[in-house]
Design a protein around this ligand. Sequence first.
Ligand code: PMP
Length: 384
Amino acid sequence: MKKLLMIPGPIEFDNDVLAAMGKQSLSHVSPEFIDIFADALDMMKKVWMCPGGQPFIMAGSGTLAMDMAGANLVEKKDKVLVVSTGYFGERYARLLERYGADIRILQAAPGETVPVESIERELRIGKYKILTFTHVDTSTAVKVEPEPLGQLGLKYDVITVLDGVCSVAGEEIRQEEWGIDIVLTASQKAIGVPPGLALLVASERAMEKFSKRRNNVLNYYADWANWLPVMQAYEQRKPAYFGTPAVNLVNALNISLGQILSEGLERRFERHRRTGKAFRSAIKALGLTQIPEDKYAANTLSAPYYPSGVQPIEFLQAVNKAGVILAGGLHPALKNEYFRVGHMGKITPSEVITTISAIETALKKCNYKFDDGIGIIAARDILK
Ligand code: PMP
């Protein structure tokens, strides 16, 4: 039996996207592939809402996209402020240390964000070059509002890096309007393509900072000096080579970005908002709480605590038996206290209902008491 994959990436993928993966591989310098790549780069600028940005498509996971921003923008002793709202903020700090950054972490308690005033206070006194933050931290389901941080970046001449692995093409992002220098992501979440692509759009300001580096980039594979001429050549519909692109994944990306744009970004953001709200409402109706308060809660995933007496393994196995795959906890401090439901990309109302129904079946199996169907009704009221 096919099970519904409702983890926060990889997600359920569209059949046309999957079919694109299965086509015979094209030569990466063929006119046909050059057009596919060029169109994907062009569509990225639209999806990121960054018409003046420089897009990059690389073979690799989201961590490579994080690494690419770090390797190309950070030099030894550069001051970096990392806003951490969970596991992936922490990862960014560890990654940037490798490039010799002088790092300060502003750490939020699980479920909370760092107040904008605290970030501004630090930027005012700190002479920072870079500010990183995680738009949606997949370990806590906490969402950080990017716009005020983009504005702070402009005010204090600090390059802003948004880790959008769990948000791009799901949560609202207006990169250029909000003044965010780097928006990075991976293919396997709301972008809707199987794992394997690292995606990033850099602002003109970020590319200018890169061009003024004092030293060579320490990471050979991620060095923009190698990749920028390749991206520019493809944009001009000319062949180029540095490392062989993941041609089948790029083909799938081209299809998925086309689907995202034909749905329309505003409609897509709204659909994710509604889906997020439906899950939150169902969780509440079932008497469960989740890690973030509603005001900080992401729309791309939810992170509910297990009710007391419900054992993680028993619950997740029962959900699986009911036909849905969910994820366990990830935040080291709370790992066994909560589970995660990914709800992004092409997810439909019927998939939302199926997932909540499987959660209800599993809770029942774990002897948790609630009114049958109450979560489903709560979600349905929002989705109708
Ligand atoms: N940042 C965030 C917010 C993520 O959710 C993830 C993956 N779950 C990553 C970075 C790392 O991406 P990947 O696993 O594709 O390397």
